[in-house]
Design a protein around this ligand. Structure first.
Ligand code: AMP
Length: 171
């Protein structure tokens, strides 16, 4: 896993001063690294029946479809407001300053379906928590959440009580 870490570029002061940005594009372009990440995100759920894998816009879209393919599941996008064309369910959540919102098609998850949520980074957990609520509001069952990396010091995991949370790398 240390080798995987070495493939992630750390960019100080992006997108604003004081933020250390974990840039996964350097990992994505490495064939062996990409394979290890997709295999790693899916492997924990291989023995379960996952119906759909959700990717959170935007970087979740890079990983979730490949994980869905590996698990023989479908892929569902959770998008920023105003992007999905049909009837949507919406959730608003708090940011450090102000609020943000995410949407999912109402018919994207059926009641009782097992859902795996995938994103690149678990930071404060606000985004992931909102998506868990979105899935549950539609009657879906959150089988787990998978992240490439988790910023342990931000404590995002605490916002996801009772959820199975897997991260390949920890910082
Ligand atoms: P949060 O809601 O705080 O857990 O933030 C999660 C979202 O913000 C993820 O979708 C990440 O893509 C992005 N994110 C937050 N912090 C970072 C960081 N330091 N480096 C890269 N992406 C980040």
């Amino acid at each position: 896993m240390d080798q995987l870490k070495s493939l992630i570029r750390e960019v100080p002061d992006f997108p604003k001063p004081g933020i250390l940005f974990y840039d996964i594009t350097t990992l994505l372009k490495d064939a062996a690294g990409l394979r290890r990440v997709i295999d790693g995100l899916g492997s924990h759920y291989q023995s379960q029946k996952i119906d759909v894998v959700i990717g959170i816009e935007a970087r979740g879209f890079i990983f979730a479809p490949a994980v869905a393919y590996a698990l023989n599941a479908g892929f569902v996008p959770v998008r920023k407001p105003g992007k999905l064309p049909a009837a949507t369910a919406r959730i608003e959540y708090k940011l450090e300053y102000g609020t943000d919102a995410l949407e999912i098609h109402r018919d994207a998850v059926q009641p009782g379906q097992n859902v795996l949520i995938v994103d690149d980074v678990l930071a404060t957990g606000g985004t992931a928590h909102a998506v868990v609520d979105l899935v549950r509001n539609l009657g879906g069952v959150v089988a787990g959440l998978g992240f490439v990396l988790e910023l342990d010091f931000l404590g995002g995991r605490a916002k996801l009580p009772g959820c199975d949370v897997q991260a390949l790398l920890h910082y």
